[in-house]
Design a protein around this ligand. Structure first.
Ligand SMILES: [Zn+2]
Ligand SMILES: [Zn+2]
Length: 375
């Protein structure tokens, strides 16, 4: 099997050099519902790259979406693709010119490599680079394999007390760091998080770490809301069956009497459900002059109460992945400002990875499923 490298457009070889005798295990998606554990050649690091012995990989809903539907929007799985983009591991080999990492270093892998040359990259918003090569987004291979090769400057050394399991959660944590920054959450803010899935829950943690005085989490499932409470939500609201205005009212009411209505509504609403009703609710729920960030992805078009946003100056801001958020997320874990361990609910060995994929989305008690890639 030919392994496609990340850097074909930079004049580097089409395939990563490899020793054909040495093979490793990879979880490869061939099409809808067709996941296979395969033996593939071990990739070797080129200049500026490191080879990582992959340890823990989280399963993301995007992985599951590719598995079940074979595509997300214009990204179509039309050739075999290794899954996974939420990974940690140990540096196993170092390419030429890499001086900040050594063999044996424990690292988290930021899964997207931008072109570094366009106006977006130069302007510091590399997440918007149109040439981004992102792990397990077709046709780029992901990291759910025994070894993985990646640009060294997108690998982040872990503090000694941060485990490889926690490090696999740095990817969703980075999404939350970016979402909270886009939501301009600062000390004393009231924040609503819509949707208590993995991204909603890490957004709750990061909003609190950013100084939010109270975070209310909304969802339609009581078990998920109980988890949000456990993770430190000030209040929760089950918005099942409510229209957007009623849901907004219920969310703000959950701040309770300690937060007088005269102070206004939530200064920031982080919408992680990806639903139309969630986005509609977010606009109603935000304080005048507040911010709504759209993190969850759903239908390409929604009907929104846009006049409401206009006359109350509610800013609606998009969120796409993250930019320069890994170092922040690593420091949040290093400093103990938040704890992601309670999010890990299931663990599978890579040999049982297909079962793991069937587990995600199989029940509300599933939050984050980790794959152990160590053989
Ligand atoms: Zn993810
Ligand atoms: Zn670029």
């Amino acid at each position: 099997m030919t392994r496609r490298g990340l850097h074909e457009d930079r004049g580097e070889p089409e395939t990563i050099e490899m020793n054909s005798k040495e093979q490793m295990t990879a979880l490869v998606l061939h099409g809808v519902g067709d996941l296979r554990l395969e033996k593939v050649d071990i990739p070797q690091p080129g200049p500026g790259q490191v080879q990582i012995a992959v340890k823990k990989v989280g399963i993301c809903m995007s992985d599951v979406h590719y598995y079940k539907h074979g595509r997300i929007g214009d990204f179509v799985v039309d050739c075999p693709m290794t899954m996974g983009h939420e990974s940690s591991g140990v540096v196993a080999a170092v390419g030429e010119g890499v001086d900040h990492l050594q063999v044996g270093d424990r690292v988290a892998i930021e899964p997207g490599i931008p072109c570094r040359r366009c106006a977006k990259c130069k302007g510091g918003r590399y997440n918007l680079c149109s040439k981004m090569k992102f792990c397990a987004t077709p046709p780029v291979h992901g990291s759910m394999s025994t070894y993985f090769v990646h640009d060294a400057d997108f690998c982040f050394k872990l503090p000694s007390h941060v485990s490889l399991e926690e490090a696999a959660l740095l990817e969703p944590l980075a999404v939350a760091v970016h979402a909270v920054q886009r939501g301009r959450v600062t000390a004393g803010d009231k924040v609503i998080v819509s949707g208590a899935g993995p991204i909603g829950l890490v957004s709750l943690l990061v909003a609190k770490a950013n100084g939010a005085s109270a975070v209310v989490v909304t969802d339609i499932d009581d078990r998920r809301l109980a988890k949000a409470k456990e993770l430190g939500a000030w209040g929760v609201a089950n918005v099942m069956g409510l229209d957007a205005q009623a849901a907004a009212k219920a969310a703000n009411a959950a701040f309770g009497e300690d937060f007088d209505c005269s102070e206004g509504q939530a200064q920031a609403v982080i919408e992680c459900s990806g639903t139309e009703i969630g986005a509609r609710t977010a606009i109603h729920a935000a304080d005048s002059g507040g911010t709504v960030v759209l993190v969850g992805m759903g239908k390409p078009e929604f009907t929104l109460p846009i006049l409401e946003a206009e006359i109350r100056e509610v800013d609606i801001r998009g969120v796409f992945r993250y930019v320069n958020a890994y170092p922040v997320a690593v420091n949040l874990l290093a400093g103990g400002q938040l704890n992601v361990k309670p999010l890990i609910t299931h663990r599978f060995h890579i040999n049982d990875a297909v079962k793991a994929f069937d587990t995600v989305g199989g029940g509300q008690d599933v939050i984050k499923v980790l794959i152990d890639c160590e053989l």
